[in-house]
Design a protein around this ligand. Structure first.
Ligand SMILES: NC(=O)c1ccc[n+]([C@@H]2O[C@H](COP(=O)([O-])OP(=O)(O)OC[C@H]3O[C@@H](n4cnc5c(N)ncnc54)[C@H](O)[C@@H]3O)[C@@H](O)[C@H]2O)c1
Ligand SMILES: O=C(O)C1=N[C@H](C(=O)O)CCC1
Length: 262
């Protein structure tokens, strides 16, 4: 049984992940963590009243010897310290939380290497999103003028989404940086052209009713291509999380992108 701690256990993703872990025959939930929670045990929450799982509020209280995998669905402000703690205590992080800066990822990869601990940072655990990013990178070889529109629920903290940023980074690996649009254009309203990543524009929509969606738009002479993925429910991420948890024990570095484990 893989012994798992879920950080962010009361959040939208954390709660879904707790349910997945509890229902997975190969996983054991050995702890949950959230410094903002008041529960001392998960059984203080009605739907989990039959369980006996410690709920930690401080990193120093966590019985790290009992934890093999740290699943993190917290916040952009919290994730770096959480993952650093996990790696330094030889716990393999499976990180869904977005908003880490490139230098933070590089620093965590150095810590992972020093401690010989495997882990994964995945901006999106949904297979439709993983495929979208792969297809977009391929398409950009032939249609290098790209704009990304990501649409999420209106409670999301970071913009653009980690998935959109990762899509742009993957495209940038094969697309030479160049400006898109009229070089003399002006934004009558600041921000009208969206965020700029090496000349690619990224637009973030935040609306109730949405969960997680992304369109990648390509334009070329006389034609266009749109690739779209939709996550209608947070269950869409769970098979990817389960695959990562099952495979991470064999890794000895901090990987970025679920495709590395598929
Ligand atoms: N990779 C993916 O497939 C994927 C999918 C969905 C969401 N996400 C990302 O997951 C993150 C969480 O999303 P959400 O919608 O569940 O957010 P949420 O706000 O519903 O949940 C976050 C939870 O983390 C808790 N928290 C805050 N600081 C903490 C800390 N230091 N340690 C432990 N817990 C802490 C909060 O109290 C909250 O309950 C976001 O960064 C989001 O972008 C990733
Ligand atoms: O709900 C969110 O927040 C999501 N965040 C990730 C991102 O920022 O790309 C993945 C999709 C859902």
């Amino acid at each position: 049984m893989v012994k798992i701690l879920v950080a962010g256990f009361k959040g939208r993703m954390g709660h879904t992940t707790v349910e997945m872990v509890l229902n997975h025959p190969g996983f054991e939930l050995v702890g949950v963590y959230d410094p903002h929670s008041i529960e001392k045990n998960l059984n203080e929450i009605n739907e989990f009243s039959e369980l006996d799982v410690p709920a930690y509020h401080q990193l120093s209280d966590i019985a790290t010897g009992k934890v093999e995998v740290w699943i993190d669905f917290t916040s952009p402000k919290a994730v770096f310290e959480n993952v650093k703690f996990a790696l330094e205590h030889h716990i393999s992080p499976v990180v869904g939380t977005t908003g880490l800066k490139d230098e933070q990822v590089a620093q965590l990869q150095r810590i992972a290497k020093k401690n010989q601990v495997g882990g994964l940072i995945a901006p999106n655990f949904g297979i439709s999103a993983v495929l979208l990013m792969q297809f977009a990178k391929q398409a950009a070889k032939y249609l290098p003028d790209v704009e990304i529109i990501e649409m999420h629920h209106d409670k999301k903290l970071d913009a653009p989404s980690g998935t959109a940023l990762n899509t742009a980074k993957m495209i940038a690996e094969i697309r030479s940086e160049h400006y898109q649009g009229n070089p003399d254009e002006t934004e009558v309203l600041p921000g009208a052209r969206g965020a700029n990543f090496q000349g690619m524009r990224i637009h973030s929509v935040r609306l109730p009713g949405y969960v997680a969606h992304e369109q990648v738009l390509f334009g070329g002479p006389g034609e266009a291509l749109t690739i779209r993925q939709d996550s209608f429910d947070r269950s869409s991420f769970m098979s990817g999380v389960a695959v990562a948890v099952s495979k991470i024990g064999k890794q000895h570095e901090l990987l970025v992108g679920l495709e590395n484990l598929l």
